[in-house]
Design a protein around this ligand. Structure first.
Ligand code: FAD
Ligand code: NAD
Length: 157
């Protein structure tokens, strides 16, 4: 199957945008990801999927922790920055939640300890047990059809 066909189809699934962060040897690292999902309520588990070429992969393998910051609609430049498109003069608003690194100003922050890792194809799935959560009442940044979008708040009745 052609890669572009697969990506175009997956791009029809509208998602939020997150920055995954972790700390290793006192250094904080971030990476943009939309492959994030809730897994279980009891216990509270989430999953992130990290490509084999991403440097974040070995960092999470070593730190055994990660945090997920769900970006706010005005944080597109941060998403681009942490996807490797460096933004000139971009300030990185790192914050901290219960000792885990997070992105300040995000819609929600979920910090985790890795409980298991599953290598599937060219990605690794990290299952994280949620240790703490912070939520703000902001609108999320969206990713759809390979581009960034804003929420249009038209409720379907
Ligand atoms: P790098 O390329 O080293 O880091 C990424 C960028 O973050 C670099 O520009 C780096 O300078 C910067 N950075 C890192 N830490 C810091 C710091 N402490 N201070 C300042 N800058 C810092 N890939 C996946 O594997 N899974 C996904 O779910 C996924 N979803 C994506 C969703 C979207 C919308 C986009 C645009 C990309 C997505 N990607 C995903 C691709 C992924 O974001 C890129 O491949 C990314 O560049 C891989 O990062 P890396 O870990 O190799 O680290
Ligand atoms: P795109 O059209 O490549 O992405 C559309 C959708 O395809 C994504 O939302 C994702 O579900 C899927 N996808 C894309 N690349 C993938 C990959 N390597 N592995 C698994 N699923 C993938 O959008 P774009 O604007 O061209 O993306 C920007 C860059 O970010 C590209 O290099 C893309 O590969 C990467 N990206 C990677 C992932 C991922 O690894 N899970 C997810 C999104 C984007």
């Amino acid at each position: 199957m052609e890669d572009r066909l697969f990506r175009n189809a997956m791009g029809k699934f509208a998602t939020g945008v997150t920055v995954i962060t972790t700390t290793l040897d006192d250094e904080t690292y971030g990476m943009t990801a939309n492959a994030f999902m809730s897994v279980s309520l009891n216990p509270p588990l989430v999953v992130v999927s990290i490509g084999e070429k991403a440097s974040m992969l070995s960092r999470i393998e070593q730190s055994n922790t990660f945090a997920v910051s769900i970006l706010e609609e005005n944080q597109k430049a941060l998403s681009q920055h942490f996807a490797g498109q460096r933004q000139e003069g971009q300030e990185i608003p790192f914050g901290e939640l219960e000792g885990y690194p997070v992105i300040d100003g995000s819609v929600a922050q979920v910090v985790c300890d890795v409980v298991s890792t599953h290598v599937e194809g060219d990605h690794s799935l990290f299952i994280g047990k949620v240790k703490a959560i912070h939520i703000e009442d902001y609108n999320p940044l969206l990713f759809f059809n390979g581009g960034y979008k804003k929420l249009a708040v038209d409720e379907l009745v």
